[in-house]
Write a protein that binds this ligand. Structure first.
Ligand code: MN
Length: 329
């Protein structure tokens, strides 16, 4: 079929009404020595939300007995890792010589740039429960080979949310409600923890041009937007609600004490190649990074007791850059 009109009218795809909150289900994955995680990003239908390109939600796990979490030294390029805990403690070490314990309410933000290696493990003395999220942020092409860096942020802005009974929003990354996280990021994005100490409902303004993802850390929650008709989407741990560009606000609700984590940003236009722990733009960049890891060129992570992770074999035929979803959008 073809449009036979010699003067077709321009059709605007900039719809004034956003259509739906999509709910994506995590797939189970194992990290390090077998800690099980719920992998919410990337998915075939949605690889990124803003520049957020990886989102694992793990726990709550009882780590009071046994070794707890043990993720041996492994390399990264082209991304920032953001570590955020709801409960427990994790010890980070990296090839810059950093050794940093992270606790709930604190952000560990590692910028891999051209290359860094790190390990993560449960410290010897620790609370019983371990519960958190591990996120990656794709660096823009202009910064993908920047110098590696590590930052620990223990003093993040916490805002009282309007409408909720004691509800608060912690600005983990980016800006919200006039408060800006001290964390350095390289593209327009936001990361927020919403805490509903006694359930209830809060509505957060959205940033123009941002899409959002919402996960429920503790139990069932509702995610909606006044611009979207119908009941709020229902999510629970292991699900990610996606709100498309154009939502004016995000309403989250829960019937009991709940924490939610929200990621948002301007949809990524780049075609990324993501393989193992690398984010790149070309197959050659991935091959170069893998060779560098095999050659020991990422530097040593001192203090971790155990062998570094071995790089898996590359897929035959190479890797192709992918758009953010399978719909060419
Ligand atoms: Mn890592």
């Amino acid at each position: 079929m073809s449009n036979l009109d010699p003067r077709p009218a321009a059709v605007s795809l900039q719809a004034g009404v956003v259509h739906a909150v999509d709910v994506l289900e995590a797939r189970k994955a194992a990290i390090g020595d077998g800690t099980e995680v719920r992998r919410l990003l990337p998915q075939r239908v949605l690889r990124t939300i803003g520049a957020w390109c990886f989102l694992d939600h793990y726990g709550p796990d009882d780590t009071s007995a046994g070794p707890g979490m043990r993720v041996p030294p492994h390399p990264h390029i082209g991304l920032q890792t953001a570590s955020w805990l709801f409960d427990g403690a994790v010890l980070h070490r990296d090839s810059l010589g950093t050794e940093q314990l992270i606790r709930p309410g604190e952000l560990n933000l590692m910028t891999s740039g051209r290359g860094i290696a790190h390990s993560e493990e449960s410290p010897a003395v620790r609370p019983g429960l371990l519960h958190g999220v591990q996120l990656w942020i794709a660096l823009p092409a202009a910064y993908q080979f920047t110098e590696p860096d590590f930052a620990h942020h223990a003093d993040l802005p916490v805002i009282e949310a309007t409408g909720g009974d004691g509800a608060t929003v912690t600005v983990v990354a980016g800006e919200h409600g006039g408060e800006r996280s001290p964390a350095t990021v390289y593209s327009p994005l936001v990361g927020l923890q919403v805490t509903l100490p006694d359930g209830g409902e809060v509505t957060l303004p959205a940033s123009p041009g941002f899409e959002y993802g919402v996960l429920a850390a503790d139990g069932p929650a509702g995610v909606g937007c006044p611009a979207i008709a119908g009941a709020p989407a229902r999510i629970e741990p292991g699900m990610l609600a996606h709100l498309p560009v154009g939502v004016p606000s995000i309403t989250v609700s829960a019937s009991g004490p709940s924490r939610l984590f929200i990621v948002g940003g301007i949809p990524l236009g780049d075609r990324l190649v993501m393989w193992w722990n690398f984010v790149a733009r070309t197959n050659e960049e991935i091959v170069t990074a893998r060779n560098a890891w095999v050659a020991g060129a990422f530097g040593e992570v001192r203090g971790y007791i155990g062998e570094p992770l071995a790089a898996p074999p590359l897929p035959p035929g190479g890797l192709k850059p992918r758009l953010r979803n399978n719909y060419g959008q």
